[in-house]
Design a binder for this molecule. Structure first.
Ligand code: AMP
Length: 215
């Protein structure tokens, strides 16, 4: 039975009511100039920066704007995969949560397995974990005890490297089960925080695609 379309009504505003402040549209926060064909836009311009998130002083590099752009997502995966084409890799390990999205796509392209490196208490079977230092307090990441066979080669992937604390913990964790971490790949590097250099000091090559100054 056909239903009658309902009439839309708008509540009358009392005279003199204040207009709510205009919200910034998602489009206005983009860094991509209008009219530039998507395939010509550099990766860096597709990343949105949100000031003072999640706390004052932090410039949050929001990669979801890059993910939602078909050319951008394709290019970031292609660029991360390129140095490893033809190299034997048993698994890509991705750090929760944005590392799952990037790492899953990279693993598919390299025809490898995938290891989720998860926050404490999320994995269903027996785990091994590593505690690591945050600015305030500690955190813990875990993998399944049987995530990779001894000697298996692993490429570690995440969206961003800052101090390197998370990635170094993930390397320690993967090594503790006998994995051979042959490289680390990140879309974004914050060079002022020194994480990339710390990993390179371990003798592990680090690939990053774009840099942002500051924190
Ligand atoms: P770190 O352990 O200091 O290298 O921090 C890296 C982790 O924290 C990554 O998983 C990032 O997703 C996240 N992260 C740190 N700083 C930022 C930032 N400015 N914008 C977005 N994510 C960040």
């Amino acid at each position: 039975m056909a239903t009658k379309p309902t009439k839309k009504t708008t509540a009358a505003k009392p005279a003199g009511a204040k207009k709510p402040p205009a919200k910034k549209s998602a489009e206005s926060m983009r860094r991509v100039p209008a009219g530039v064909p998507s395939h010509l836009v550099p990766l860096k311009s597709r990343i949105r920066t949100i000031p003072n998130y999640p706390k004052p002083g932090i410039q949050f590099r929001d990669i979801t704007t890059l993910f939602q752009d078909p050319h951008g997502f394709r290019k970031l995966v292609d660029d991360l995969v390129q140095p490893y084409a033809g190299i034997r890799i048993d698994a890509v390990a991705g750090i929760e949560a944005r590392g799952f999205i990037i790492g899953g796509a990279v693993a598919h392209q390299l025809s490898t397995g995938f290891i989720p490196v998860r926050k404490k208490g999320k994995l269903p079977w027996e785990t091994v974990g590593v505690d690591y230092q945050l600015e305030y307090g500690t955190d813990r990441i875990e993998i399944h005890r049987d995530a990779i066979a001894k000697g298996g080669t692993v490429l570690l992937v995440d969206d961003l490297i800052a101090t390197g604390g998370t990635a170094l913990a993930a390397i320690q964790l993967l090594r503790s089960v006998g994995a051979n971490v042959i490289g680390c790949s990140f879309v974004i590097d914050l060079p002022d925080l020194g994480g990339k250099k710390k990993i390179e000091k371990l003798g592990i090559p680090v690939q990053t695609l774009v840099e942002f100054e500051g924190e």
